[in-house]
Design a protein around this ligand. Sequence first.
Ligand SMILES: *[C@@H]1O[C@H](CO)[C@@H](O)[C@H](O)[C@H]1NC(C)=O
Ligand SMILES: *[C@@H]1O[C@H](CO)[C@@H](O)[C@H](O)[C@H]1NC(C)=O
Ligand SMILES: *[C@@H]1O[C@H](CO)[C@@H](O)[C@H](O)[C@H]1NC(C)=O
Ligand SMILES: *[C@@H]1O[C@H](CO)[C@@H](O)[C@H](O)[C@H]1NC(C)=O
Ligand SMILES: *[C@@H]1O[C@H](CO)[C@@H](O)[C@H](O)[C@H]1NC(C)=O
Ligand SMILES: *[C@@H]1O[C@H](CO)[C@@H](O)[C@H](O)[C@H]1NC(C)=O
Ligand SMILES: *[C@@H]1O[C@H](CO)[C@@H](O)[C@H](O)[C@H]1NC(C)=O
Ligand SMILES: *[C@@H]1O[C@H](CO)[C@@H](O)[C@H](O)[C@H]1NC(C)=O
Length: 434
Amino acid sequence: MTKKHQVIISTSPAAGILWDVRCSFQSLIALLLVALVGGAVYLTAQSGHLLADDRTSSSTSNSTPPPPPSASTNDLPPSKCNLFSGKWVYDNHSYPLYKEKQCTFMSDQLACEKFGRKDLTYQNWRWQPHHCDLPRFNATALLERLRNKRLVFVGDSLNRGQWVSMVCLVETSMPSSSPKSMISNGSLTTFKATDYNASIEFYWAPLLVESNSDNPVNHRLPDRIVRAHAIEKHARHWTDAHILVFNSYLWWKQPKMNTLWGSFGNSDGIYKDVEMLRSYEMALKTWADWLEIHINRTKTQLFFISMSPTHQRAEEWGESAGENCYSETEMIGKDEYQGNGSNPEMMRKVEASINDLKSRGLTVRLINITQLSEYRKEGHPSIYRKQWELLTQRQISKPSAYADCIHWCLPGVPDVWNQLLYAYIFNSSSHNTF
Ligand SMILES: *[C@@H]1O[C@H](CO)[C@@H](O)[C@H](O)[C@H]1NC(C)=O
Ligand SMILES: *[C@@H]1O[C@H](CO)[C@@H](O)[C@H](O)[C@H]1NC(C)=O
Ligand SMILES: *[C@@H]1O[C@H](CO)[C@@H](O)[C@H](O)[C@H]1NC(C)=O
Ligand SMILES: *[C@@H]1O[C@H](CO)[C@@H](O)[C@H](O)[C@H]1NC(C)=O
Ligand SMILES: *[C@@H]1O[C@H](CO)[C@@H](O)[C@H](O)[C@H]1NC(C)=O
Ligand SMILES: *[C@@H]1O[C@H](CO)[C@@H](O)[C@H](O)[C@H]1NC(C)=O
Ligand SMILES: *[C@@H]1O[C@H](CO)[C@@H](O)[C@H](O)[C@H]1NC(C)=O
Ligand SMILES: *[C@@H]1O[C@H](CO)[C@@H](O)[C@H](O)[C@H]1NC(C)=O
């Protein structure tokens, strides 16, 4: 079979995230990188929409995933066991769950192997909860579950990475003849498995509430402003989804937030520097109030992904000051290791919001990925990703200066986040009837 042309489109070189060690707010993420084999790609420039439709068979063969690991500690059903407490086990038989190259919609920000990473064991780790096994990810079962439904990830680029992982997990298991599409419209990007009419979407809202960083492409702004009392502009795009997966953490990490009462561009708005934690709390309240009023409880399952740890300061795990995750090939072995970059106080605010919502009759399940990800200092793209800007001589001579120690390589850590999510989608104690 002849391999047809390969089309690679990147919608933007400039979507951003705070990631620079030197604290400047630098951008690095492109919204999406779509590589299609034998597919048709339309780019409507005036609207900036990217529409890609892949109906022809790809030349990659789909190998069926190997059988699940033998259940050694299968004491409890997943619904009764703390899935977040456990250890990483090397398992190069079952992992990775898909091959980087196999995933049509892999992002060049996360494709570490493609961009030259040679040590690939970061792809081979399975998360083993202490008292049970993670359910095996079954893409077909998920697609059945999502038939005529929307699963929407809402948040920042970490959440986008998890969404890419989810798309890869699902898409690489679909028969190659099965039609699928990827459409980007403003802040919303939608993967669709056409035969199931199932959507797996990502909505860019790095602070959940409105902010001046809401443009999915151009959000590289020196002074962040948050409209902590306004969420409607975002929420109307996902309120009717059947499964919602939120996150919001890294974009808040500064001592104070310029918080706006009023509207952007309205001269009578009131701007005030508010202590970050307080502003975060206000935003979470806005978010929770919206959910309480607008979510249909019998229809929608809600999740919040806890903070994703960063590995930007090697001295935190006992290595030289001034270094970071660059050149790390092994994870941190120290039990319960926690880096300085994590802010548990912020997670307490999230828990408080969720508890408050629970008392108002709405369940949001917290997916606690923090501890398990803390160990994985070797799981970041580091320098092995697409560089959007030309590297300076100084950077080339000191690679750690441009290493991304925030996001995660795929296949890798976010695949496990999705296995956790999967377990709760099917077996949540908050299980609604569908
Ligand atoms: C849900 O939990 C039950 C038992 O608690 C288990 O038998 C089943 O395999 C689980 N399903 C999934 C999809 O995890
Ligand atoms: C898995 O790892 C073991 C030990 O490192 C190695 O001997 C084996 O060849 C690997 N298997 C695969 C399928 O990569
Ligand atoms: C995956 O789920 C589908 C649909 O529920 C089921 O038919 C299939 O047997 C499952 N596959 C495995 C390996 O469990
Ligand atoms: C397809 O799914 C959407 C939700 O994403 C739903 O609104 C629509 O009714 C579905 N179409 C059909 C034909 O069921
Ligand atoms: C893009 O989204 C807007 C709503 O935000 C909708 O009106 C429009 O039809 C969408 N365009 C496409 C091509 O889906
Ligand atoms: C809530 O969702 C359920 C299930 O989809 C539906 O039957 C019901 O009509 C919805 N309720 C409202 C108020 O929309
Ligand atoms: C962690 O952060 C605190 C305060 O920011 C600092 O005093 C401490 O030295 C840091 N520890 C390490 C190992 O970097
Ligand atoms: C996440 O789990 C860790 C330990 O496994 C715990 O210390 C932390 O409090 C949990 N965080 C949240 C937000 O539940």
